[in-house]
Ligand binder design. Structure first.
Ligand SMILES: [Zn+2]
Length: 436
């Protein structure tokens, strides 16, 4: 057991979605703050002098001034087997899947390959300040085993699941309704609730699951109502047409998943760009989350996510943000929000930096129904943290000389920052980036 630690630095933690750039009530900020951590948890959060006074004897002081300390960043959608797919040249989603992704994912039948990529994957998460992520593994149970074994070793709170796909893909990359059911149950039995792992029921999308497999997915969802479900929805117009050809009885793409009882407050719907008003209502009514993946949407030319429309409509849609590696082009949640900002600019909307940093932390934690554990610096939260350095590069340092407010600093971090701006990452109270 490591001794208690006091992290000293500028602390920032959100308590709700900021309504504007001047919404100072939406967060707590301590200019000279202290965070007392022990046993993997946050014990106290406040002004450094106060925390020091009440700290147990022998507590180690780690001085991160002048850097910012925030809850660890959260990535709600990416693909563990696609690290070597990032940056593949393709015209659109379906060409990209068939030409590169469905080839690369076949390699994860080999447990040794999965174990090797898992080490790189978790190193990269830590390098980027991402302390929780929600990943698709490949169709092979071995890929989920590799993913969760490495997550357990590092004591990271990770979500993920073996992909279910039984049609419209190479035969070596498909399961069957029965094997999908059996393997998912085995992954749940082996990993769910062990260490900090959460298993996610993961049908890839409507195009690669037969009606029979959708039935089985619905059965799993009923059998394990506490588990998250993740899939893809309305990313690309050709994909939407194909989905409705395969499921002609459905009113629209969203209705395909609704018909199999897959929509609920723990359902994560990757992309969800091109939704009708009816579909937006269904997301609102079921509580299902639209997961915005900006770098992927721009890279594959999928479309411009209507962030503000979803957020401000009478029946709002819950939103999370994510990298979508390897359709996405950066592992960095800072870069992700930089691109999210630009997408809203193209739509004539603004995404203010407070809202961006809320989204990467508490917003994503709320979208995962895990805000009681992660996403804030509140006492009793898990001590998963990121330390951000807005002077990480000469160009950033020069710009910082002209910065005078917290919001300006956050916007600089989002616009110019990447893994170099991550000064340290803490997982369950332990510094892990500096040791990489
Ligand atoms: Zn995806």
């Amino acid at each position: 057991m490591t001794p208690p630690r006091i992290l000293r630095g500028r602390l920032l933690s959100f308590n709700r979605r900021p309504l504007s750039i001047s919404d100072t009530e939406s967060y707590v900020y301590e200019d000279d703050g202290g965070l007392l951590i022990s046993g993997g948890r946050i014990l106290a959060f406040g002004p450094f002098e106060t925390i020091l006074l009440d700290a147990p004897e022998g507590a180690e002081i780690v001085d991160h001034r002048p850097n910012l300390i925030l809850p660890g960043l959260i990535d709600t959608h990416l693909h563990f087997p696609q690290m070597q797919v990032v940056g593949s040249y393709a015209a659109n989603l379906l060409e990209w899947l068939n030409t590169y992704t469905f080839v690369e994912e076949q390699r994860f039948a080999d447990p040794a390959h999965g174990a090797r990529i898992a080490v790189s994957f978790f190193d990269e998460m830590i390098r980027q300040g991402t302390t929780t992520a929600v990943a698709y593994c490949s169709v092979h149970k071995a890929s989920a085993d590799a993913y969760f074994a490495e997550a357990s070793k590092r004591n990271m709170l990770m979500l993920g699941g073996k992909v279910l796909m039984d049609c419209n893909a190479p035969e070596v990359l498909t399961d069957t309704p029965q094997s999908a059911y059996d393997d998912t149950k085995a992954v749940i039995a082996d990993w769910h609730g062990k260490a900090r792992n959460h298993v996610v029921i993961s049908p890839r999308f409507a195009l690669t699951s037969s009606h029979e497999q959708m039935e089985v997915t619905g059965a799993l969802a009923r059998e394990f109502p506490d588990l998250h479900i993740q899939t893809h929805l309305s990313e690309n117009t050709a994909e939407i047409e194909r989905a409705l050809e395969l499921y002609p009885e459905a009113q629209d793409y969203t209705d395909i998943y609704a018909r199999y009882d897959l929509l609920g407050a723990k359902t994560l719907l990757g992309h969800a760009i091109h939704l009708s008003e009816r579909e937006r209502d269904v997301l609102n009514e079921t509580g299902a989350v639209a997961v915005h993946c900006p770098t992927s949407n721009l890279f594959l030319g999928s479309g411009l996510f209507p962030f503000k429309d979803y957020e401000t409509r009478e029946k709002p849609v819950r939103i999370a943000v994510a990298t979508d590696i390897g359709g996405g082009t950066s592992y960095s949640m800072l870069k992700t929000m930089d691109e999210a900002y630009k997408i809203q600019q193209l739509r004539g909307e603004r995404l203010n930096p407070l809202e961006s940093f809320f989204a990467m932390t508490l917003g994503n934690a709320e979208a995962l129904s895990l805000a009681d554990r992660i996403g804030t610096l509140d006492p009793d939260s898990d001590a998963d943290l990121v330390v951000l350095d807005a002077r990480a590069t000469p160009a950033m340092a020069l710009k910082m000389d002209a910065v005078s407010t917290l919001a300006e600093e956050l916007f600089l971090l989002q616009t110019m920052g990447d893994d170099r701006a991550i000064a340290e990452t803490y997982v369950a109270g332990n510094p892990v980036k500096s040791g990489l």
